[in-house]
Design a protein around this ligand. Structure first.
Ligand code: PZK
Length: 287
């Protein structure tokens, strides 16, 4: 008897289905967004790369925090997950100053209440990673909030736990990735709480959609960095003079092929496995 899955939510490039009262199915599509617009052209296997990377990181960070992963489906793009009560904050860790962190620093000298030294440049590495929580905006952009506001939203004790856990996860993965030539500039986690009130890592983990992946060999602070995965797409879009409003442009074949190769390269570098092998036996990425 085929199972039924009820659609319960959509992200920009992912879909969420309920399998039963306790389980969800998180499906990563091959859609790609740039400058916050989902493009009309897909990148073949992008969803499988992201699902495989998430599964890999969930398996390798279990010693730091339990997570929602139950199984990787044979399609290699879907994760069966435990259903949790989600916390109402985005948990962001920054090891480098860029994006909204760089913006906030330029305006105020601080990010989420972390007062930083003067004179930092775009993309500078921070002396220590910082936890910079954000609100979950249902429309538009997440907004960085102070640690105090975040603590009011989840409770002081839970806040201390998500901060310490987020920093430990980031330190572990960023060190591992840097050893393999990929800088994880920053990353976003979502946590839930299970029926025994335990903190559980949910959503996706250290994918190029939830983290900024930078090629280590071209890292140079003082300017925005190339994106490991999306740079061909951004360069092509910039070359068109597109105004970055919906709809975005279709991508030519060489941009699609080059971008797919970058996603597969990130997967293979980080997991030290062949992507073709992952497609043959997705659950092997957990071992
Ligand atoms: C949950 N989202 C975000 C929305 C997506 C993802 N384990 C969980 N338990 C309960 N709820 C969620 C999760 C997870 N992960 C995640 N919304 C709810 C989201 C739309 C599409 F792919």
């Amino acid at each position: 008897m085929p199972e039924t899955a009820t659609h319960v939510g959509s992200g920009k490039v992912r879909e969420l289905y309920a399998l039963d009262d306790e389980r969800l199915l998180l499906v990563a599509s091959d859609r790609i967004s740039t400058f916050d617009v989902v493009l009309p052209t897909e990148i073949p296997d992008k969803g499988r790369v992201l699902t495989g990377l998430s599964a890999f990181w969930f398996a390798r960070t279990r010693h730091l925090c339990p997570n929602h992963l139950l199984a990787v489906r044979p399609d290699a793009r879907s994760l069966e997950c435990r259903r949790l009560e989600m916390l109402p904050i985005e948990c962001v860790v920054r090891g480098y100053l860029t994006g909204s962190g760089w913006k906030d620093y330029q305006t105020t000298g601080a990010v989420s209440g972390h007062v930083l030294p003067e004179g930092l440049r775009d993309s500078d590495r921070l002396a220590e990673p910082i936890f910079t929580p954000a609100t979950k905006a249902h429309t538009g952009h997440d907004e960085n909030i102070t640690r105090e506001t975040a603590a009011e939203l989840v409770g002081a004790e839970r806040f201390a736990e998500v901060e310490a856990t987020s920093l430990a996860l980031y330190r572990f993965a960023s060190e591992y990735a840097a050893d393999r030539g990929i800088l994880l500039a920053d990353t976003k986690f979502e946590f839930g709480v299970d029926d025994e009130e335990r903190l559980v890592l949910a959503d996706e983990a250290f994918t190029p959609d939830s983290s900024r992946f930078w090629p280590a060999d071209s890292y140079e602070p003082g300017r925005p960095q190339a994106s490991f995965d999306k740079q061909f797409v951004r360069d092509y879009c910039e070359s068109l003079g597109w105004d970055k409003t919906d709809p975005g442009p279709e991508l030519p074949d060489d941009v699609v092929t080059g971008t797919r190769a970058r996603y597969v390269e990130a997967f293979e570098r980080l997991t030290e496995r062949s992507f073709d092998r992952y497609l043959e036996d997705p659950e092997a990425v957990l071992r």
